[in-house]
Design a protein around this ligand. Structure first.
Ligand SMILES: NC(=O)c1ccc[n+]([C@@H]2O[C@H](COP(=O)([O-])OP(=O)(O)OC[C@H]3O[C@@H](n4cnc5c(N)ncnc54)[C@H](O)[C@@H]3O)[C@@H](O)[C@H]2O)c1
Length: 353
């Protein structure tokens, strides 16, 4: 790549499918990651011209190759010159910002890396948006901005008291977005995801984190014989079966919510934060049983101690996104999530390797 001009794309693909409508150029940071790669696909299907900026630190080029027509710039958001070089060559009508580091435990051990990637990197992106008068911005936020829930389901007006550096970096960036809206008219939606899960319905792309901390991929690793057993973190919570309850949302529903957010902003819709969950919760044991049902395999598991900072129930109040964005998840029932995830894991036991 050394003979590449600064700011020239590392990959360009040509479309196999015609775009439905010319909807303009959209920058997707972190577009090679788990959620970003599904959003890239959904944006292409909606007719947008997609430009990806990704360091490939945790993402996979294979997650987007062949899925649609896009340009990819490989670079780190903390490199302001690299960010500026991309903006100099395009006229973005929107930015969707997925890029960031996502592991809670790692953020506790290494806060400087998390503030660097999630706050400094994000601020570089906002500076470029301001310089190039980008009108719209959609941000991957998280339920971690709420911290220990005082009431469940959790609505957007719940107190914002994140209990780890990961959640604090995400909240800091939400504050920056609101400040840019006031000062520079940047219209934004911050989507606070609950638990992203599932895979593309075709089984061609899915979750491939390393290390993998999420329940469903780890359950399927056991089902595939890649791990001996699954550890259930605590069975002494005040929940019906004693295990923690979470709100799982299908990655394809998440992807479509990003397209809907861009369209909402383009139509002059309200800015702000929106929960992305279903409003329904499932316990760890329920999820394991569903993974066993869809795979037809036994998933041995063992009860371990609780993880510090894991609340018993995290479930979204999903009313605001429904009312204001008109968004309703379509694949987020637990069975469909697990079936789609199993299709991906079974067909790709080594993930993208
Ligand atoms: N997966 C979930 O359940 C979940 C829940 C809540 C919020 N989120 C948020 O959604 C976003 C995407 O999560 P994911 O699970 O797809 O993660 P992921 O690790 O699969 O994807 C992140 C992508 O960003 C890229 N990246 C990271 N740092 C970068 C940097 N400094 N510059 C350029 N690119 C960089 C990575 O290479 C990767 O492709 C993250 O911001 C995360 O905080 C995820």
């Amino acid at each position: 790549m050394s003979d590449r001009l600064p700011g020239s794309p590392t990959h360009e693909t040509t479309s196999r499918l015609p775009s439905l409508k010319p909807a303009g150029e959209v920058l997707v940071t972190g577009g090679c990651g788990y959620i970003g790669s599904h959003a890239v696909r959904a944006l292409c299907e909606a007719g947008y011209h997609v430009v990806i900026f990704d360091s490939l630190a945790t993402g996979h080029l294979e997650s987007v190759m062949g899925s649609c027509d896009f340009k990819l710039y490989q670079g780190d958001l903390q490199d302001l010159k690299a960010v500026e070089a991309v903006f100099a060559q395009h006229r973005f009508q929107g930015v969707i910002h997925f890029a960031g580091l996502t592991l809670v435990g790692e953020s506790v051990r290494d806060p400087e890396t998390y503030y660097g990637a999630n706050v400094i990197g994000g601020l570089n992106l906002l500076a470029a948006c301001k310089r190039h008068a980008v009108p719209r911005f959609v941000f991957s936020s998280t339920a971690a901005v709420y911290g220990e829930p005082q009431r469940v389901p959790i609505a957007e007006d719940h107190a914002l008291r994140p209990i780890n550096p990961y959640g604090r970096t995400k909240l800091a960036f939400e504050h920056a977005l609101e400040s840019y809206r006031v000062a520079h008219d940047l219209e934004y939606v911050a989507l606070r995801y609950f638990n992203a899960a599932g895979a593309h319905p075709s089984g061609t792309t899915g979750e491939a984190h390393d290390p993998e901390t999420h329940l469903i991929p780890n359950a399927f690793r056991v089902a595939l014989g890649q791990k001996d057993k699954l550890i259930v973190h605590g069975r002494d919570y005040e929940t019906p079966d004693g295990t923690a309850i979470r709100d799982y949302i299908h990655v394809w529903d998440l992807a479509l919510a990003h397209v809907a957010s861009l369209e909402h902003l383009a139509a002059g819709g309200e800015c702000g934060a929106f929960n992305l969950g279903t409003g329904a919760g499932h316990s760890v044991l329920e999820v394991i049983r569903m993974c066993e049902q869809v795979s037809g395999r036994t998933i041995p598991h063992e009860i371990g101690p609780r993880r510090p900072g894991d609340p018993p129930r995290l479930v979204a109040d999903a009313e605001r996104v429904r009312r204001i964005l008109g968004f309703r998840p379509e694949r987020s029932d637990l069975k469909t999530i697990c079936e789609d995830a199993w299709r991906w894991h079974q067909a790709h036991p080594g993930a993208y390797r």
